[in-house]
Design a protein around this ligand. Sequence first.
Ligand code: ZN
Length: 314
Amino acid sequence: MKKIITILASIILAAGLSACKTACPTTTNTSAMMPPMPAKDRPQHVILVGFDGLSGKCIRDGINAPTIRELMANGSYTLDSRSILPSSSACNWASMFMGAGIETHGYTVWNSKEPDLKARELTENGRFPDIFWAYKKKNPNAEIGYIYEWDGMNFVSDSAATDYRVQTAATNTTATVVNYIKEKKPNFCAVAYDNPDHAGHTSGWDSPEYVATVAELDNSLKQILNAVEEAGIMDETVIIVTSDHGGIDKGHGGMTMNEMERPVVFYGKNIKKNFQITDSTMVYDIAPTIGYMFNVEPPQVWTGRPILSIFEKR
Ligand SMILES: [Zn+2]
């Protein structure tokens, strides 16, 4: 009997190995693949709006952010999605876009401009595989935009995979995003505001200045939503609002929940309404979640998982 089992196991193993020679590209995480979302339920557009340093705590505490709250009420959200450690900027933005932690992508500190430790894997572009690269590879005709304020953002996404890429001054970021959405109707656009992080560092994460800055950013978000409406693509769009980390006193980078807990809000096509995500989620789950919406297979090196509970149909 034991011999038969051994022979059977050998046959199964051999069949698996030979199948993988042709059907299992090393860049795809076959164990993480799941039935794709039906094509009719997938969005054609995903707009990610990132606010550097927006904490989960400030939303929980009732900060004035009517647009974010409207998206929460009509979408799916969590206020305790965790950043990776350290709860700093570049390493967390990298994790958000690269679907992995610092041990794997190698961006280890707040201002990493390249992997400080060897990236576990590199694409043909010489970069750790990120969502921009993965989506472009899947759909070369996709229009992909990347609009950011802080210099450091330029280093945490694959510039070869973005069609429109611009650094803006805080005074014209929103207008740039609005014009881009109306003109190009991008399939995927990531926007990274450098606030309320500045307000937090200057005046404190509990300061009136921080509160006022969040209210301004909330108004920017409103203008972006209006642009999506005016572009006539809202029915085919998912909006994601999130951040890289929170803060405490006048800083972040440490291990308190005020620094580590971030809001993530999803709104739009096929997203559940008024749904609070209770699953454990991490900053590196964002890339796989976007990938799932675009039917992009997760690279094997990604550790994040799509947040599946937010979808009406899958
Ligand atoms: Zn930051």
